[in-house]
Design a protein around this ligand. Structure first.
Ligand SMILES: Cc1ncc(C[n+]2csc(CCOP(=O)(O)OP(=O)(O)O)c2C)c(N)n1
Ligand SMILES: [Mg+2]
Length: 1021
């Protein structure tokens, strides 16, 4: 492509001097929330002095012909063949066309050349005509969608275009009315001729109008792949493509009946309930069913879908085939919930269903993901789950599993996560090999008009970033909808790339059924009130055609009404609401038959020494031949060898290696994703080794641990948090038998993924009875490096824990496991590599799944004391929720005056200070490694052990941040409020840290002084 562009650029000066002029021709603004079509038009003006036959629009066509000529010189007209040959041979500007040098043998060449000079006037006309037709065809291909009749309400203003909408526009192409009956040769970039290669101009225009200016508007000419463009052209240009069999039409009508009558039924029964009905876009149901049928035909067995509120119940009923009585009983708020959790409103719930596709007679699994109100947040989650399903079934090309994403017009244009999700679509470790996007473009978002809701012409422009074709279609033309959906599914099956179907429709009611739309869209809604429903229009069309009889049609309606009534009657017998029936991602075999964990005992997460040594040596080696390693890296690996062989210790990276390696060996897939995770932001991990001599040759030693191990995926992600965390969450949803980790580059970046954390990770199980074992690694710590990158904001995670700080929990058998089972997520800040190793292994070895938030260190990665002996990782060892002081304080606990509780890296600062002061017999330091669920039982052991000690919470974070507000009430509850809890740490602040290194150190010393000054709190007590 690069080559072609350069060559064409070289050709241009030979022929024409071009200037590109951008004219912003504002088109009249449409009433109501009409389609926004007043985009600036581009036009080209050209000096024709160099090549008289080159008019202003010609260069694109020359370029196009040139591509075709390069591939096959015979595919273009002889005249062009001569020009291109001459130009490529370096003939000067203006001469390439006029004086073609001899081709072939000398005598023959001379004769040809003379003949051509003699024929010059005709040739000129021929070239002009050819260009005119080229321009015309291309104009329709590029801009036909502006003219297409996309808006069912027809309230968009008249577009301004150079497309032939009237005979006066023929002049744009150097044509006039007298040319209409002339026959022209068709270029190779069009298929309108079918088997004809020439057509009269009148017919050319009429066929182009049929292809590009009816109910379908195709946006595709920005795609930088000739084959893909040709594929689309032939799908829409070939004469007769839009013909349907009787059976297809009847199926379509039946689907329209169900879609329409479902909403009518709900409206009749629950007129004052919000349901975000589909009225105005009833064609969505046949659209989705068409995509599913076609994909099933192409071999797809599982489809994962994500969608917003609009029409969700209808999709559940008529696409996923959720039992109607189950849907109807959701309208009864008196039902008692049978499951734990707080549940969710009916238009957020998900669903999973395996059934036979009636059209293809093949099995198909459909799942609609549960989602929060936050529009588009589910997009990356769907993609992650799709990727996981593809991964687990070995579907490396996306032939068996695919995703469909539905969008609203306002949300698709407005939400940045849409863009982030598109950017994942072609990345090796994130691609799902093509998603079909369907936009319910009702030309309004809540009460907001498109003209103030977006700056792009269409709501779908974001898709152009990945070269996805966009098929706009008038949703009041169900056959056109069906056609584009077929093409979209075929596109996905052929090219495995994203594609967008933009259903241009309207919203018959307000945003919900209670809203009054006339307040804000008066003209649009006057039109909508006059608008015939699409079912009525389509049934009238089929009745007029004789495709169905009135009796059949009425019977179909009565049949569906009966189905709804019967389901409604059944739904009244339902006394209990089972949210579990709405599960979108079941984990067969993971729980026992009652849906409970198979075990509630805590297991050792340690490993035999040989295994630690084996994994340690893999981590220290390059297990492939002839691999040139960077010298610095060789040193790092050597250091690992020494840790394994001589010292029997692990640093942070090695502890992680041991956890990953052993889980992989035991058959658990591991996926670590995030920015720069392969090397590690802090250059400590090095899971992917790069050959220094051979480009792109890499080695991942973690995949060489054992012949039968599970695969290890480690992938640097795009620079996105919202999209990528959502993706990994979705990946973790698909199976409990994988350790899926997302690492933030620095912990503070989790805030750009806040929506995924707040809406999915924290409350996911409570809303949707769905567990998830995702792990978040959030580098955190005050290192004097300024306010950014210092804080992973642990306070936010802690504040969202579902535990009661004021009640000491009842002591039960396996208390620690029970606590884990009851919590909404686990939050840890490990101070040793061994504990990090254990927490990662526990995450998989426990018999249920909870999200795990790990506040990870930065300076501890290389801290000489932050090393763990193999002894702390052997069989019988496990994750320590609290690490008590094991020093001199243990000898005479009664003499201990203070217990300093802390978590994470500050422990090392505290012990250094205590050593300096030499008071390690009277001040105990206890590390709370698992903050949530809070280890009440173990904290109690410590407070009981030192009955004469006062209690201090020490943290390096500012007082209004970090852990203090979370820990204090829990410590107080533990001691039954008999002892106060003092604070040693930085004062309250707006920013997470100072930008001044000296100030940082002064602050540090100040709070360490407080922590060890036994009189520090006398005045307060
Ligand atoms: C991220 C987010 N912001 C705001 C809202 C509130 N909200 C709910 S629906 C809606 C309008 C959506 O318009 P559109 O995407 O066109 O879908 P439609 O309702 O028209 O089908 C808004 C703003 C939301 N749910 N999510
Ligand atoms: Mg909308």
């Amino acid at each position: 492509m690069q080559h072609l562009r350069t060559t064409v650029a070289r050709l241009r000066p030979i022929t024409a001097t071009q200037t590109v002029k951008s004219q912003s021709q504002a088109r009249p603004m449409a009433v109501g929330g009409a389609l926004r079509t007043f985009e600036p038009m581009r036009s080209y003006t050209t000096s024709v002095s160099a090549e008289p036959f080159m008019n202003g629009t010609s260069s694109n066509y020359v370029e196009e012909m040139y591509y075709a000529w390069l591939e096959n010189p015979r595919s273009v007209h002889k005249s062009w063949d001569i020009i291109f040959r001459n130009a490529n041979a370096g003939v000067s500007p203006g001469a390439a066309y006029q004086s073609p040098p001899p081709l072939g043998g000398a005598a023959l060449g001379l004769a040809n050349a003379q003949a051509m000079v003699g024929a010059q006037p005709n040739m000129e006309k021929l070239v002009e005509d050819h260009l005119a037709v080229q321009s015309l065809v291309r104009a329709y291909q590029v801009r036909g969608h502006h003219i297409a009749k996309l808006d069912p309400l027809d309230i968009a203003g008249p577009p301004s275009s150079d497309i032939i909408t009237s005979s006066d526009k023929l002049g744009f192409y150097g044509l006039d009315e007298s040319d209409l009956d002339k026959v022209f040769r068709l270029p190779t970039t069009t298929f309108i001729g079918g088997s004809e290669s020439v057509l009269p101009l009148k017919e050319i225009i009429s066929r182009l109008e049929m292809a590009y200016c009816q109910s379908i508007g195709v946006e595709f000419m920005f795609i930088n792949d000739l084959e893909q463009c040709q594929w689309i052209r032939q799908k829409f240009e070939r004469p007769g493509v839009m013909q349907f069999t009787l059976e297809e039409k009847r199926t379509l009508l039946t689907r329209m009946v169900r879609s329409t009558k479902f909403e009518e039924f709900l409206q009749r029964k629950w007129s004052s309930e919000k349901r975000f009905g589909l009225e105005g876009c009833e064609s969505l149901i046949p659209a989705l069913k068409t995509i599913i049928d076609k994909s099933s035909m192409n071999g797809v067995e599982s489809i994962i879908m994500g969608m917003p509120h609009r029409g969700r119940l209808n999709v559940l009923a008529n696409v996923i085939h959720k039992e109607l009585d189950q849907i109807f009983c959701q309208f009864d708020s008196k039902l008692e919930a049978a499951d734990e959790g707080s549940g969710d409103v009916k238009y957020h719930l998900g669903m999973w269903h395996r059934r036979i596709n009636r059209v293809t007679d093949r099995n198909i699994t459909l799942s609609l993901m549960a989602n929060p109100s936050h529009l588009e947040a589910v997009d990356p989650v769907v993609q992650g789950k799709t990727k996981a399903e593809q991964f687990y079934c070995g579907d490396t090309e996306g032939k068996r599993v695919m995703s469909i994403l539905l969008h609203g017009d306002a949300a698709f244009a407005g939400q940045g996560v849409v863009y982030e999700t598109f950017h994942l679509s072609d990345l090796p470790s994130y691609t799902t090999h093509g998603t079909v996007h369907v936009v319910v473009n009702n030309q309004v978002g809540f009460t907001t008009d498109p003209r103030v809701a977006r700056s792009s012409s269409y709501p779908t422009d974001v898709a152009k970033v990945v070269n996805a074709p966009i098929f706009h279609v008038n949703a009041d033309d169900p056959e056109a909808v069906m056609y584009v959906c077929n093409v979209a599914a075929e596109w996905r099956a052929t090219f495995h790339k994203d594609v967008v179907v933009d259903l241009v429709c309207y919203r018959r009611n307000g945003h919900n059924e209670m809203d009054e739309p006339l307040f804000t869209q008066p003209l649009m809604y006057k039109q909508i009130k006059k608008q015939k429903g699409v079912l009525q229009k389509y049934s009238e069309k089929l009745l007029a055609e004789g495709a169905v009889s009135r009796q059949d049609y009425e019977e179909e309606i009565a049949k569906y009404d009966k189905i709804c009534e019967e389901a409604h009657a059944r739904s009244k017998d339902e006394k209990i609401l089972h949210i579990k029936h709405w599960l979108d991602s079941p984990w067969p075999g993971f729980f026992n038959v009652d849906g409970q964990p198979k075990s509630m005992t805590s297991l050792s997460t340690g490993l035999p020494e040989e295994e630690l040594v084996h994994i340690g040596y893999i981590a220290s080696s390059v297990p492939v031949e002839d691999f040139t390693l960077h010298r610095g890296l060789s040193r790092i690996l050597k250091g690992r060898t020494a840790m394994v062989g001589q010292r029997r210790v692990c640093d942070w990276a090695l502890g992680e290696y041991m956890a990953f390696g052993s889980l992989l060996k035991e058959g658990t897939h591991i996926r670590l994703s995030g920015q720069d995770v392969e090397r590690g932001t802090f250059s400590h991990r090095h899971h992917v080794l790069h050959d220094q001599k051979i480009d792109r040759r890499i080695c991942i030693p973690m995949n060489h641990i054992s012949p039968n191990q599970a695969p290890y995926t480690v992938c640097n992600s795009s620079l996105s948090e919202y999209g990528v965390l959502g993706f990994e969450l979705g990946f973790a949803m698909a199976s409990p038998n994988a350790l899926v980790l997302w690492e933030a580059q620095f912990g503070d970046f989790n805030n750009t993924a806040q929506c995924i954390i707040d809406q999915f990770i924290c409350p996911g199980q409570a809303k949707w009875v769905r567990q998830n074992g995702i792990v978040l690694l959030l580098p955190h710590g005050m290192e004097g490096m300024g306010p950014e990158h210092s804080s992973a904001r642990p306070e936010r995670f802690l504040q969202m824990c579902n535990e009661d700080p004021d009640t000491y929990p009842v002591s039960v058998c396996e208390f620690a496991v029970r606590q884990l089972y009851d919590c909404n997520w686990i939050i840890v800040n490990c101070s040793t590599p061994a504990n990090y190793f254990h927490i990662l292994r526990r995450q998989i070895l426990q018999a249920f799944r909870k999200p795990l938030i790990v506040i990870t260190p930065k300076s501890l990665l290389r801290h000489p004391e932050a090393k763990s002996s193999f002894d702390d990782m052997l069989p019988g060892t496990h994750f320590q929720r609290l690490i008590p002081d094991s020093g001199p304080v243990c000898e005479n606990p009664e003499a201990v005056k203070r217990i300093v509780f802390c978590t994470g890296k500050v422990y090392y600062e505290l012990t250094r200070e205590r050593n300096n002061r030499g008071n390690d017999d009277i001040v105990a330091i206890a590390r709370i490694e698992q903050l949530s669920p809070f280890p009440f039982d173990q904290v109690k052991v410590e407070t009981d052990r030192y009955p004469n000690a006062d209690l201090v919470w020490c943290q390096e974070e500012h007082k209004n941040q970090g852990y203090y507000d979370y820990v204090k009430p829990r410590l107080r509850t533990t001691v039954d409020r008999t002892r106060p809890v003092w604070y040693a740490g930085r004062g309250p602040a707006a920013a997470p840290a100072t930008g001044n290194k000296a100030a940082h150190l002064v602050e540090l010393q100040r709070f360490l002084d407080t922590a060890f000054n036994l009189d520090a709190f006398t005045e307060q007590s």
